[in-house]
Design a protein around this ligand. Structure first.
Ligand code: M6R
Length: 593
């Protein structure tokens, strides 16, 4: 949710911290701040974006510092609540991502002991606890403070008296990155790509200490060997490359993302490996995820039911955590772009506890999900910076197709015909992108409405949900995704000339019932925008507007349909002048429940 960064080295910390914070802003952007140490700690922070902070802040000298971009949980966005937070002496500064659940009790205790608090945040108890336990050794004091703390955290601590940074994590991600005569600590990889691609992942309970020339990681009081991972993402991957927004760039990257995620399949290397996911005793699937990844899970459910003829459930991870399920001989698949979504991780841990086989589908190598799961399949989407998930969703679908196709029950004929279709998908998606101008025109018209329904059936019902989520998330128009057959059971009351309906069609047995539903909607005065395949003449006579996508087998229609809906949402948001990459109140990586 929040982004944290720490730097220590031979260069001035301030410009480096600010640059890294700019790269981390997608994790939270209601406030930001940095603290730099040189003969004392200087803090500069406010409830503003990083660019504004850069322009307004004074020069802070020092070669060690920490920084934070905030997504408020405890206390509104304000200068006082922005991080870093200090102890009473002003000698210890802390940045934190996570939630301290027992902070009120700790705050009361510390207040009784004479500590004075200035913010409404849970975080502020951390520097005060460290101050309480500090007797000349920062690492020991941090460890003692963490013993008192309940909840989740990734923290970085800076102290005037020691030329080092100390980091710790529990249920929130954190990495150490190695440079040349400088080292970094960060919430995640895009933050440090300008400086290094060598990374060490901390585990829950670890305490990391970095100086200019060294890194050290301790677990339960003993130093452990560190494994350095080489990151394949480049700085360019995490830049806009001339596009107005990251979201537009990421939408346009999808043909490449599909090719990259399918590379192993097309070369024939992936089939054998994927087939091993299907152990003999697996006879049911449970797919868990949140948000857009949940919509991929729902599409995976449809794929699995159609192709494998085994029971497949798709569940919201946040709801699964409160349910009891029959999990006998079930493969549990967790889909998460970031690999850090708290609800999804909690569900995975629950599944592991009951002995379920777990498979993570994630975009981030070394993410927590990949370390919890028994097996991991990586999407090859590259860093996704825009808060709205686009290319990661398409990549998730690609992994799901391959996984289902690797099931031993799929016949050779089906396998061959689907592989042929898969190979054509990058070009088909490119054709959707080539139709951007027309889609943008439709979006302009739609941008003046306050409510828009998206309807679909079968495998395109989750696409309706995804189209609506994208719209509401970035344009602030109320988009409502609905199963087309369900409209008459209530939502018809909302239809009329001020509520257009976007109908998603596919060449399968949902087509005819969709036509009926579209006619019912028209009869209630709503304009119909149909999203359908090229050459669909029947719909021309009924719909008010028709947006076409290239012909694909119905099972692949979610890919082309979703890309068109991403563009529609993007251009509607652009027309309304919304901050597309950083929508209000949201953050890219949701590391709190
Ligand atoms: O990293 P994850 O895939 O686990 O994230 C899940 C959701 O938070 C995410 O998909 C969210 O819904 C997106 N902002 C939607 O565009």
């Amino acid at each position: 949710m929040c982004g944290i960064i720490g730097y220590i080295g031979s260069r001035q910390a301030q410009p480096i911290l600010l640059n890294c914070l700019g790269r981390l802003e997608y994790r939270g952007y209601d406030s930001c701040g940095i603290a730099v140490s040189e003969h004392g700690i200087n803090v500069c922070k406010d409830a503003i974006r990083v660019e504004a902070l850069k322009k307004t802040m004074p020069r802070l000298n020092g070669t060690a510092g920490i920084g934070h971009t905030r997504w408020a949980t405890h206390g509104a966005p304000s200068l006082i609540n922005a991080h870093p937070h200090l102890d009473c002496s002003g000698k210890i500064a802390v940045v934190h991502n996570g939630i301290i659940t027992n902070y009120q009790k700790l705050r009361d205790q510390l207040t009784g002991e004479g500590h004075q608090f200035v913010s409404e945040t849970d975080t502020e108890v951390i520097p005060h606890l460290i101050e309480k336990y500090y007797h000349g050794n920062l690492e020991t004091a941090v460890a003692a403070a963490l013993n008192d703390i309940e909840g989740s955290y990734a923290i970085i601590v800076l102290a005037t008296d020691e030329p080092k940074l100390v980091a710790a994590r529990k249920d929130s991600p954190i990495i150490i990155s190695l440079g040349d005569r400088e080292n970094f600590i960060a919430s995640d990889v895009p933050a440090i790509l300008d400086y290094s691609n060598r990374v060490v992942y901390l585990e829950d309970g670890d305490i990391g200490v970095i100086t200019t020339d060294s890194i050290k990681v301790s677990r339960r009081g003993s130093e452990v060997a560190t494994k350095v991972h080489q990151i394949s993402w480049t700085v360019e991957d995490a830049q806009k490359a001339g596009y107005e927004h990251f979201m537009l760039k990421e939408i346009h990257e999808q043909p490449k993302v599909i090719r990259d995620t399918l590379a192993g399949w097309v070369s024939g290397e992936a089939l054998e490996d994927l087939a091993t996911m299907w152990a003999d005793d697996i006879n049911a699937l449970l797919i868990l995820a949140c948000g857009t990844s949940y919509h991929a899970a729902l599409i995976g459910k449809q794929m699995g039911q159609e192709l494998l003829k085994i029971p497949v459930r798709a569940e919201l991870a946040s709801e699964f955590n409160y349910s009891t399920q029959l999990l006998d001989r079930t493969l549990a698949i967790a889909i998460t772009q970031s690999g850090e979504t708290a609800d999804t991780l909690k569900a995975m841990k629950k599944l592991k506890e009951v002995g379920c086989q777990t498979l993570a589908i994630t975009n981030v190598v070394g993410s927590t999900a990949s370390r919890i799961a028994d097996r991991t399949l990586y999407t090859r989407a590259g860093p996704e910076i825009s808060v709205a998930a686009t290319k990661s969703f398409t990549a998730q679908l690609m992994v799901l197709y391959q996984l289902m196709m690797a099931h031993p029950e799929i016949g050779a004929r089906k396998l061959n015909s689907m592989t042929k279709e898969l190979r054509q998908l990058p070009n088909k998606v490119q054709q959707v992108l080539d139709n951007e101008g027309e889609t943008a025109q439709y979006a302009q018209e739609l941008s003046r409405y306050e409510n828009i329904f998206y309807i679909g059936r079968g495998i395109n019902f989750p696409v309706a949900l995804e189209g609506a989520l994208k719209l509401k998330e970035i344009s602030y128009i109320h988009g409502e995704g609905y199963a087309a057959g369900e409209l008459k059971h209530g939502p018809f009351a909302l239809l009329g000339s001020d509520t257009p309906v976007i109908a998603l069609l596919a060449p399968d047995d949902t087509y005819e019932p969709m036509l009926t539903n579209i006619k019912e909607v028209k009869a209630r005065g709503s304009a119909i925008i149909a999203l359908t395949r090229e050459g669909d003449e029947d719909i021309e006579k009924i719909a008010d507007k028709v947006l076409t996508v290239p012909q694909v087998e119905a099972i692949f229609s979610p890919v082309v349909n979703t890309v068109a809906l991403q563009l529609l949402a993007y251009y509607a948001a652009r027309e309304r002048d919304c901050p597309i990459d950083f929508p209000r109140n949201l953050a890219k990586s949701v590391t709190v429940e």
